[in-house]
Write a protein that binds this ligand. Structure first.
Ligand code: ADP
Ligand code: MG
Length: 700
């Protein structure tokens, strides 16, 4: 691939600016695509101007002055054969006064607005006009750029690459097709023009081009590039998938005793969905290559027991399993639950969190290192370098989207070494990732294409659906009464404090205030408070009293969002619900409705809601289906937020849009694996064009 530094015509400052823009190669420059276009190909008569239109006029300046009232401005009156229009500049240079003096002939491009004295253009781009013959032949592209790099210079730079590709010039390779022809013979793709034609059209569209199709990226040229990009992402992800199948991992035979021992002692039977995913995981673990499976299941669908079964399969085969949770509260809860389940089976469990005493931690680490600990439960403290496993075979990661690439990389280093005659070979771990935030189909097909996905699509029987109420903050007193009633009946309630993203200190203050207010309002109740800044031991103590039913009302920040399981809690009040993400609200709501009692979730909102906020709360109000909510959340917020930390390890899409181009994603998915198998060279070319070095980003 040609570096831009090899292009002789590029000056040093231009190169610097391009690098600031993130452009390092000619491919990168060609794929720096316009964000919109200006039509400078024609001149419109002043008489025919329409308000709101961005267009070009040409004429003679008949009057120009710098006014000082109401504020300083340069106003030049341009006249053509059909009328006059004002050009207004609030910021201007002396050179502009000079260029716009009476008698100059000028071509001005700008948006037509209604001013005090008829139509005007504010800050139009002006050129000393030349003959009609010299109007540009194509629409003018507008690119995103950086300070110091002007649009004309950027256009010129891109033009040079096009020019040097002509007649087998040095840049010709930048435009060559990367993939075998049959890829585009696919029915939906058969009308796609060549890569060169698409780039040329998009950088330099003819005046007749359909502007809205160009700007919405629905024109066939954009669609071809969107397809190429989606395919590149798919190829990159699937390549990692295939590569993983060539790595070694401990082959774990299905459990004969422990799993059935566990299930026999359970007060419930697994749902059909739990059985199905448990079998998928069991099969994966018995393969000689590492599993990387994402287990999705709505809040309360019962992922923990499925994960526990996987851990037992590893343990029965003589390997250790690690179970990681993103917060100490959650880790503690898993620890309590799994200890209860696994004690009768004589499984040795170690417990590892950041806030342990040194003595506790050393004791745990010793058991982990000598192999006597079979299951290790904790937070990301498990990833620390100091923690050495005797024989780790399986890592279970709860709420995977909360863990970053760095942490998952650290986990990789815990892979077991296996002594062979020829020295040690590194094996890979099996990984089971869990998520209660359902991932919409298109996202899971694209950004998660390197993983296998299992879905628990059924809730355990006997759950009473949670009733959701949207209530204005003005009716707060009624809600307080509701809390009082519920607690008087022996139930428990959560009160979730508003999310204050701007300031953690403020968030803390709000939580404390709410707590004090609740104590005042309900002198008869035991009230607990948990927030993110508390010491882990304090948090755990409060959670323990709430779990035991000793405390009736728990005031909390969103720290309780994930995983907390207290079946007797049946009322959830969420303040300033409009500030929270949909999936977050769904998670919070999932904390109730876990027992037999009828549960309610009250979403309190500030009365002046924006339309967007209304639309979002409506989704939560109307749906209790995590997948539906996640899809709506994706539509509203776009994939970035959804992917969270995952995005740092996965190539992001710049052109393709998962919703708009879902049909293309289906085809890319269909084609990717065969290309990797049969055309590895072409695949490399395509990846290097579309992903450059980012394909080398860590994949964990
Ligand atoms: P999540 O998928 O949100 O992590 P949990 O694993 O915490 O859900 O399960 C939620 C609750 O449902 C727990 O109390 C768990 O013991 C219970 N549970 C799990 N599976 C079943 C089942 N098949 N039948 C009844 N209750 C179940
Ligand atoms: Mg869970």
């Amino acid at each position: 691939m040609t570096q831009i530094t090899e292009i002789k015509a590029f000056s040093k400052p231009l190169l610097n600016n391009l690098q600031k823009l993130g452009v390092h190669t000619t491919q990168g420059l060609l794929l720096h695509l316009p964000i919109r276009y200006l039509d400078e190909t024609r001149v419109v008569a002043v008489r025919d101007l329409r308000q709101g239109e961005s267009t070009q006029v040409e004429g003679v300046i008949v009057h120009a002055e710098v006014t000082y009232k109401p504020r300083k401005a340069l106003i030049a009156r341009l006249e053509d054969e059909t009328g006059q229009i004002n050009l207004r500049f609030i910021h201007f240079y002396p050179s502009q006064i000079n260029a716009l003096k009476e008698g100059s002939r000028v071509r001005a491009f700008g948006e037509v607005r209604q001013g005090f004295f008829g139509y005007e253009m504010v800050h139009p781009t002006c050129k000393k006009s030349v003959d009609d013959a010299q109007l540009p032949a194509t629409l003018t592209p507008v690119y995103s750029t950086v300070a110091g790099l002007t649009q004309p210079n950027l256009r010129k730079a891109i033009g040079i690459v096009f020019k040097q590709s002509e007649a087998g010039g040095i840049m010709a390779a930048a435009f060559e097709e990367t993939l075998p022809k049959h890829v585009y013979a696919f029915p939906e793709l058969a009308t796609f023009p060549s890569f060169f034609t698409c780039l040329d059209y998009i950088h330099h569209p003819p005046p007749s081009a359909n502007l809205s199709a160009l700007e919405n990226k629905t024109s066939i040229e954009w669609q071809r590039l969107a397809y190429d990009e989606l395919l590149a992402q798919q190829l990159s992800m699937r390549k990692h998938y295939v590569k993983r199948h060539n790595e070694k991992a401990p082959q774990l035979a299905p459990s004969k005793q422990l799993v059935s021992g566990l299930l026999k002692a359970m007060p419930f039977a697994l749902t059909g969905a739990q059985q199905k995913v448990a079998l998928e995981i069991q099969n994966d673990l018995s393969k000689p290559y590492p599993m990387q499976r994402l287990l999705q299941g709505d809040v309360g669908s019962g992922k923990t027991i499925v994960a526990c079964m996987a851990a037992l399969q590893a343990i029965e085969n003589g390997w250790q399993a690690a179970f990681m949770a993103p917060t100490e509260i959650l880790a503690e809860q898993h620890y309590n639950k799994l200890s209860m389940w696994l004690e009768p089976l004589n499984i040795e469990i170690a417990w590892l969190i950041g806030s342990q005493t040194k003595k506790q931690r050393n004791a745990a680490m010793e058991k982990i290192a000598d192999g006597s600990a079979q299951l290790i439960i904790g937070t990301h403290a498990i990833f620390q370098d100091a923690v050495v496993f005797k024989k780790l075979g399986l890592a279970i990661i709860d709420e995977q989207h909360r863990f970053g690439v760095q942490q998952r990389l650290a986990l990789r280093k815990k892979s077991p070494q296996q002594a062979t005659g020829k020295g040690d070979i590194t094996q890979s771990l099996h990984q089971l990732m869990m998520s209660a935030t359902p991932i919409p189909r298109t996202l899971s097909m694209s950004y998660y294409a390197d993983l296998d996905v299992s879905v628990i699509d059924e809730l355990p029987p006997g759950r009473t659906p949670v009733v959701t109420k949207l209530i204005s903050d003005a009716r707060r007193d009624e809600i307080l009464q509701r809390v009082r009633d519920a607690c008087a009946e022996g139930q428990q309630a959560y009160w979730v404090c508003p999310l204050i993203e701007e300031s953690e200190a403020l968030q803390l203050a709000t939580a404390n205030d709410t707590y004090e207010m609740m104590k005042e309002a309900f002198p008869e109740l035991m009230i607990g408070l948990v927030h993110g800044r508390m010491k882990a031991a304090e948090k755990q103590a409060v959670m323990a009293t709430f779990s035991a039913g000793d405390c009736q009302l728990l005031v909390a920040t969103t720290v309780i969002e994930v995983g907390v399981d207290v079946p007797n809690a049946s009322l959830m009040v969420i303040e300033h619900a409009e500030r929270m993400g949909l999936s977050q609200l769904h998670q919070l709501r999932g904390r109730v409705g876990r027992g037999a009692a009828k549960s309610t979730c009250v979403l309190l909102y500030q009365s002046k809601l924006s339309d967007l906020a209304k639309a979002r709360l409506k989704v939560i109000y109307e749906s209790s289906d995590g997948f539906e909510i996640a899809q709506a959340d994706l539509n509203i917020r776009g994939p970035g937020e959804f992917l969270g930390v995952r995005q740092s390890g996965v190539p992001m899409l710049k052109i393709a849009d998962l919703e708009r181009d879902a049909h293309l994603l289906d085809i890319a998915k269909e084609q990717a694996d065969a290309l990797i198998k049969d055309y590895p060279k072409a695949v490399e070319c395509h990846l290097s064009r579309w992903l450059g070095n980012s394909d080398e980003l860590i994949k964990v």
